[in-house]
Design a protein around this ligand. Structure first.
Ligand code: NIG
Ligand code: FE
Length: 393
């Protein structure tokens, strides 16, 4: 497949801004990017799509989602809006446990259909790659059920899907040590053997897993050749961020309670620091200090953390806007955080970028201005979305 895209009024790579640009795509990757006036002769005879003087940004990458789940938590949302705490609801057997019950009750087909519909809402907003975690099964068979749903989504969605096995909380009725041992000795080896996930994540926090338990799970994952990432410093400061850096995790996510020492550790090894504006704002937690992290040298990413409890957020654009207003990033930095930096949190340098050799995933705004989607709150003027150079929306 060969195609040239012309008529781009403004383009963010995201690191550079071009005007009157053109792109050449061959076999789903960019083979040329630059000013339309300097498009080399060899590409001029290729099939052409004129984007009509519109703005273009890289495909949005959402590197932290819990997109597969049964039921909803509207009741809990209303309770929290009245002042009840997320932590107390979880400790009383609600919260994540409520979604576990609803996810157990749903069939594989139901979970697939529910998630496919959600993924489509994301695609329509320019999300061309997304990570999807398990973690609402808890029991081995139910975790594998979730991962099979994610596998089917990976095979059928237009987007690129990255499956992650999540150790979320200890199931009710299990001894902690027994569950951690099962996770390390049965679930991780089975997932590595079957290829159902490429990474393992742990919710290391008050009410979930301790730092010691987290280390055991992550070391088991590494010994089976899986990548690792962490839910770190959301509710309490546990040291999870420094553990993530020590073990070479792809990313440490949340970071509401993180400290300058944590940021230095991330910056030193290049582990991405992912902020989740939905969870911070919806749970009324301190907003992660994205500006200070960025200035400390951390590769800062933004993700929706879409889930039915702490972050029923469907809009990466709102996530970027909140991080601009409350986290202190510039609009250009926020775009990089939800594209190229988010791709690094998936271990990929060929996604979230408009550059020669990268996958040809991009979003076309229905505006001459590429950053119009960050300016308008609650209205996204998006024209088309391309994955691998093919129009998907
Ligand atoms: O990333 N922090 C833990 N896990 C999810 C929330 C899951 C839930 O509340 O259902 C999160 O915020
Ligand atoms: Fe999460």
């Amino acid at each position: 497949m060969k195609r040239v895209f012309t008529g781009i009024a403004e383009l963010y790579t995201p690191y550079e801004r071009l005007e009157q640009a053109a792109l050449a795509v061959q076999d789903r990757r960019f083979v040329w990017v630059g000013a339309e006036s300097s498009l080399p002769r060899e590409y001029r005879s290729w099939p052409r799509t004129d984007l009509g003087g519109r703005g273009v940004v890289p495909g949005i990458v959402d590197a932290h989602t819990h997109l597969v789940y049964g039921g909803d938590r509207l009741g809990e949302y209303l309770q929290r809006a009245r002042g009840d705490s997320y932590e107390a609801i979880l400790a009383a057997g609600g919260g994540i446990y409520a979604t576990v019950r609803a996810t157990h009750a749903a069939s594989e087909e139901e979970l697939y259909e529910l998630t496919r519909a959600r993924a489509h809402l994301f695609l329509a907003q320019g999300v061309t790659a997304l990570e999807i975690k398990s973690g609402y099964g808890l029991l081995p068979e139910a975790e594998l059920k979730m991962l099979r749903v994610i596998k089917k989504l990976k095979e059928t969605l237009p987007q690129r899907v990255f499956p992650t096995l999540l150790a979320h909380v200890v199931p009710q009725g299990w001894a902690r040590g027994e569950y951690v041992a099962m996770f390390c000795q049965e679930l991780i080896p089975e997932v590595a053997r079957s290829g159902l996930a490429g990474a393992v994540d742990v919710f290391c926090d008050q009410g979930a897993f301790t730092l010691e338990e987290t280390r055991k799970i992550l070391e088991a994952a590494l010994s089976h050749g899986l990548k690792i990432k962490l839910h770190a410093e959301q509710i309490a400061h546990t040291g999870a961020t420094r553990l993530a850096a020590e073990l070479g995790a792809l990313s440490a996510d949340h970071l509401e309670q993180s400290t300058p020492a944590d940021w230095q550790a991330l910056a030193r090894v290049g582990t991405v620091g992912t902020v989740l504006p939905g969870a911070a704002v919806i749970l009324r937690k301190p907003f992660p200090k994205a500006r200070a992290m960025w200035d400390a040298g951390v590769k800062v990413a933004i993700a929706t953390d879409h889930n039915p409890g702490s972050s029923p957020l469907y809009s990466p654009w709102l996530g970027m806007q909140l991080t601009i207003s409350l986290g202190g990033l510039s609009a250009e930095e926020a775009l990089a955080a939800h594209t190229a930096h988010a791709a690094l949190a998936l271990g990929r340098t060929d996604l979230g970028r408009i550059a020669v050799g990268a996958q040809a995933d991009f979003a076309v705004l229905d505006s001459r201005k590429a950053l119009e989607g960050l300016y308008r709150w609650g209205h996204l003027p998006l024209w088309k979305v391309f994955v691998g150079g093919t129009d998907c929306v």
